[in-house]
Ligand binder design. Structure first.
Ligand SMILES: Cc1cc2nc3c(=O)[nH]c(=O)nc-3n(C[C@H](O)[C@H](O)[C@H](O)COP(=O)(O)O)c2cc1C
Length: 420
């Protein structure tokens, strides 16, 4: 039986026993339900976008401008939605997008997401801003596929250390995110004065890194006796939060300047606004893993990426979190796909909410898509099972959309399946 029908059967069978799905099966209900269980700061960080949210709106509007034109009488009883990507056969053209500070949506978040992804065989792209060291998330996945997402730090030794760790955890690929060399203007967070990293949330890849820890110790030694900051309840809470998240015993850490210095060091060096194409060229010597660039939106940049020898692109505007009024990722894909002409895989990110969205992205030239906020909403509602169910629902809906549109495999989908 197909994955779509199987998933429907599970849900309807549970219904006979009076059990409703733990996570709603449509995005608007999922989002509403997640909002109810999330704190204000968590909601602001996860839901919020840059400026007045125009890029987020554009991401959705772009999908709505395309319509599927189903074909009939083509025997769609046997369907195969698997794809081959970087030497692996994946069960569906879906990956889980990297999400930093994910513990805002549930404790133990990265491990829960990793383990849910592993159960489905869907790759999880570990964020550089993870709340759990990548080694721990990988340990929860067995041999299931995982990738690593890198923010290129100001410190090249740290970059090399992170890349070496990604190789050591058998990541299938490295994704370098290029659109966040600075944090975008995000009013939902700004209006609460809330930045998770300043509380020590989302810096576990750093505090677990030997190079980063050395940098912190050097900075502590160089700073010597520092002037005392203003003491307030909020500042003490933030210090406790940083200390709790720092490796080692809380009681030892609370007397040490390192947890706070780690946050300050992170804020100082986590990204490099001066990043340029020459840095990308040096990646080939830095890692043997396939390299993808995330955040590419202009066809000329796609061509430069090809020239630089990268292995794939994630066409993305970071879920509208960076530049307000930016091009939608789907429109960018329609510009980029023709110039790339199949010479490297394109993964569409930003705005994927339904199985039909996956279908449209593939029809417009994507090899696969990444699922972002929806999996975090599943996490907020039902932990690991929530991530699994949201992802399985999307894949099921894609499988049914594929068949009901008259197709039996991912390779068959092309632009003729759509009209605008
Ligand atoms: C809470 C949150 C944290 C994120 N953290 C990262 C990150 O650490 N690295 C990264 O490359 N992208 C990050 N992203 C962007 C996602 O990888 C993805 O591009 C985005 O969620 C896609 O948009 P969508 O969720 O609206 O579909 C984050 C997104 C969210 C919602």
């Amino acid at each position: 039986m197909s994955v779509g029908l199987e998933r429907q059967n599970v849900i309807y069978r549970d219904g006979v026993h009076g059990r409703a799905p733990r996570v709603p099966t449509d995005f608007p209900s999922l989002e509403r339900a997640a909002r109810k269980v999330m704190s204000r700061k968590a909601w602001a960080y996860v839901h919020g976008g840059a400026g007045i949210g125009r890029t987020m709106d554009a991401n959705r509007a772009a999908f709505d401008r395309w319509h599927i034109v189903p074909r009939v009488l083509r025997d769609v009883s046997q369907r195969d939605i698997s794809i081959d990507l970087f030497g692996r056969t994946l069960p569906a053209p879906v990956l889980l997008a990297p999400v930093g500070a994910s513990e805002l949506a549930g404790p133990g978040a990265d491990v829960d997401i990793a383990s849910a992804a592993a159960e489905l065989g869907v790759p999880y792209i570990f964020s550089n801003q993870g709340c759990t060291p990548m080694e721990d998330s990988a340990a929860a996945m067995g041999s299931a596929p995982r990738w690593f997402q890198l923010y290129w730090s100001k410190d090249d030794d740290l970059v090399d250390s992170l890349l070496a760790r990604a190789e050591a955890i058998s990541a299938d690929a490295v994704v370098v995110t290029l659109d966040t060399t600075m944090l975008g203007w995000r009013p939902e967070d700004l209006n609460l004065g809330s930045l998770p990293f300043a509380r020590g949330q989302g810096i576990a890849q750093y505090t677990s890194d030997p190079v980063f820890r050395r940098i912190v110790r050097e900075r502590v030694a160089a700073a010597g006796e520092k002037a005392r900051d203003e003491v307030s309840v909020a500042a003490v809470k933030a210090l406790v939060s940083m200390t709790r998240r720092f490796p080692g015993r809380f009681l030892d850490n609370i007397r040490s300047p390192e947890p706070r210095a780690a946050v300050e060091t992170f804020l100082d060096i986590y990204s490099r606004p001066s990043l340029a194409w020459s840095d990308i060229a040096s990646l080939r010597e830095r890692t043997s893993l396939p390299v993808l660039l995330k955040g590419v939106l202009h066809p000329d940049d796609a061509v430069r990426a090809l020239d630089a020898g990268v292995d794939g692109l994630i066409v993305s505007n970071h879920g509208g979190r960076q530049v307000d009024g930016a091009v939608s990722s789907l429109d960018a894909l329609t510009d980029i796909a023709p110039v790339v002409g199949g010479r490297m895989p394109l993964i569409l990110d930003s705005g994927i909410r339904t199985g039909a969205d996956v279908f449209k992205a593939l029809a417009l030239g994507a090899s696969a898509v990444t699922l972002g906020r929806p999996h975090l909403y599943g996490l907020a509602l039902a932990g690991r099972d929530g991530v699994r169910d949201v992802t399985a629902n999307l894949i099921a809906e894609f499988d049914l959309t594929l068949g009901l549109s008259g197709f039996t495999s991912v390779a068959e989908i092309d632009r003729t399946a759509l009209r605008s």
